[in-house]
Write a protein that binds this ligand. Sequence first.
Ligand code: FAD
Length: 547
Amino acid sequence: MTSSTPTVTGSLDLRDRSRAFADLDRETFDVVVIGGGITGAGIARDAALRGLRVALVEARDIASGTSSRSSKMIHGGLRYLAQGDVGLVREAATERQVLRRIAPQLTRLSPFVMPGSRSMIAKVRAGLVAFERLGKVPRDERHRTLDATELLELEPTLAADRFPSGVVYPEFLTNDARLTVANIRSAVASGATVLTHAAATHITVGSNGRADGVEVTGTLPGEHLVARARTRLVVNAAGPWVDAVRALEAPDEPARLALTKGIHVVVPHRRLPVRDTVITLGPDKRPVFAVAAGPVTYLGTTDTFYAEPDEWPHIDASDVRYLFDAMARTFDGPPISPDDVVSLWSGVRPLIAPPEGSDAAPSELSRRDEAWVGPAGVVSVAGGKLTAYRTMAERIVDDLVSVLGTGSLRCRTADVPLIGGDVDVGDLTASLGGSLGEEASRLVQLWGADASSIADDGGDVAAEVRFAVCHEGALRLEDVWIRRAARSWFTLEPVGSDLDVAAKTMADLLGWTPERQAAEVADCHAIHHDARRCLDELVEGAPVPAA
Ligand code: FAD
């Protein structure tokens, strides 16, 4: 197998930038989607599967916004029960099962263990019973209560004397960026045109007052490419930037979003050797967690208001201290310290703003999605969760189809496997294990069926890079390092020598000069070191205000 093998389904190769811009210019689309996060990707796939002519434009990389910064959980929706949102519980619980069917490689069942006092566990149990009934949870996936001994058998690092009881219930873990890439490639397989590193800079309006085009500008270093995609409808799925894109249509409209920031801290697994996922309570009684992820454990998350959307939201020392405090109350052994931290990431939730005057805390804001139609007909969508992206997309595309007058087209996204999802994960892992050992499992969990192509090409870092560039639209080093290959946050050496191998391979494929190659490596180092800056403030014992 070589990098130019043409048989990969939904292959996205964006190396010929002039041609990619010309492709966008040439056609008139039914719908142009702005934003290549999970929301835009889900809408593009659904619309393309229904036979609509679709284009998607993304300012940076696929999933470079919130959709690579989540806690990577496909939630059953238990927490919505506490907010009394039965509809959201039903939807989340059902979607778990759908995703498991269409993307088994991206839905890893993981026991969630919650320790607590007897009265707290009794309350959680009542919620779980209601949730399992509402969500039609299969019998063998229902919760089990635990006494102190059983709790420690499951999670031996828990502070033994603090928790008389607990509960264990299954949830799914995913890889958010890979789920988004799989949706984008599935859209491409159904005929969608996708252009990344191309920001929507203008929405053009026809003589009838309706949006009829999107102008985009290339954002790669030194690039001066522009295109105008003509279209019948425009969807704004720009996540935290939804209000900024709404302003392209109507500059004076009031903001609709409230942004809240969440951070995650990664430590070596040996420093916090949880077996699966432990859910505990933060100093303010919010649920926080520790998740085992191969060589590392990741801790999350926080929920604080954040003013403006940033590509790399600032991490405060107080955010990190909040998670450290929660872990110190939950686990035995020396507390986690700044020296233990391998890496960190942050993201902002694009939530629907509460009514003016509301004093709701960030964690009390609704996670429901909403859509609005602007004065020129642009459909803007925000809120929601990764978990329910597919049903959110279905509702939006149902509306698009009825506006376009092609109402007979049925949604097929729950039935057609996502790219890479037509696979028996266990069988493929076993068959690749002979040559790749433990690496086989990582490759299959990230790429599903496409892991075979990467294995045939050598199964190493360079093979991952070749696949990401030639078939998954990667154009910058961080596109591979952070998102396609998930190496930046989930390996013990996020910016080690493998990063240089990846950069050299990309340079060969993309014709980079030595200076450009060095700049790409430096960017990855800068992302890593900027996130760590907050650790300098966490001098042992220094008072840090609570998050
Ligand atoms: P984004 O992923 O941000 O996508 C928007 C895209 O639009 C970006 O890629 C951006 O570059 C692009 N864009 C912006 N402006 C333009 C422009 N002018 N032109 C072209 N493109 C543009 N959900 C769960 O279900 N489970 C979880 O465990 C979970 N954990 C979370 C933890 C945290 C800390 C956070 C912050 C969120 C979490 N979520 C979780 C929620 C989930 O991640 C989000 O709901 C989801 O990722 C939002 O996706 P999106 O596509 O709307 O936004």
